[in-house]
Write a protein that binds this ligand. Sequence first.
Ligand code: C5P
Length: 418
Amino acid sequence: MSERVVVGVGGGIAAYKSCELIRRLKEGGSDVRAVPTEAALRFVGAATFEALSGHPVDTGVFERVDEVQHVRVGKEADALVIAPATADLIARLAGGFADDLLTATALVATCPVVLAPAMHTEMWLNPAVKDNVETLRRRGVVVLEPASGRLTGSDSGPGRMLEPAQIADATRAVLAGWRPSRALEGRRVVVTAGGTRERLDPVRYLGNFSSGRQGVALAEAAAQAGAEVTLVAAATDELPTPAGTTVERVESARELEEATRRAAAGADAVLMAAAVADVRPAAQAEAKLKKSAGGDALASIELQENPDIVRGLVAARKDGELPAGVRIVCFAAETGDETASAREFGARKLKAKGADLIMVNEVGEGGAFGSADNEGWLMRPDPEGDEPIVAEVPRGPKLLVAGRIVEELAGLLDGSND
Ligand code: C5P
């Protein structure tokens, strides 16, 4: 049976985006019900929500009283997502009010509750709102960090509602078990994502199929856990920028190395999710290489090895160029062969690179590249033995996997994994 998701809609201009959220959740196979507030209906009509969700729409506690609707909707839900969550609605939720169908539903719900705040920056930064958000988070409500960007007027700053695709992804991850904590509060984290492009001439490059999704999900999970995140992004699919992150765009492995090293200097951790090309063309032509010009320029390309950035970071830490406490996390997309399994190759890579943690996944049919899901093993060196300590990461949305990595990293940083 499909999960039942209740989409609560607050009275803010971002209410129009909740229509897209409902559509996406429905397309993902969920049974979606919209519960707008009265104020939300001033922005979007009930007919729109009814048509998109396929369910009737009510706002008050005195409708469908015979069905005890104000209790039933919350009890039956597998997840309650409120988008946009306005400052007023957040206050009413924190206060435990139950004066309309949405707040009553939230009080009854024992399922996970996700809020996507949307308000002006001044409101988001106001101590009253901050306290309310903290109260809700303490009670286990997942309050997603809002994006920074253009608000309703000409102003811009944190408070913009996340894109519907991001909220739908977060909902999927929450339904699969993601329960973000604030375990990286006060930490600075560098995440690399995407595939590098190594230029051959002004129109050609050597690249790879990395979508950047796992790296972007990691940046999102780390920011959600309270970290200050720098995302060093090589080529990625069209993905919305994760909230609460500073994005630095790079192209080649050497640019990625430079940006990562610079950001790592003040960081607590570096998570190397980027797919870095192992080689680059030995020379970059200033002009487009011509097929017709004597043939050889394109028929064989001389390659040169790229630096191994993870090894470079580990060496820099050893040499005191990076803080001794900086944690280095790497990734391994492996295939097994007749000599060893993907897992075994991953364990060897952890050792060879000298990293503190590795996320190993097996690639091939239905593997991780470009997919919305991931799975594998998280491994860290055992201080007392030769074999790594391994935790299995079951298949799930990349944000859920990212959440697991963030938890493990938080444990490494505060020493609680040992
Ligand atoms: O050796 P392999 O490419 O399988 O290792 C993957 C890990 O090493 C990833 O974390 C990737 O970001 C990192 N890497 C690197 N520099 C390279 C190649 C990969 O840091 N030149």
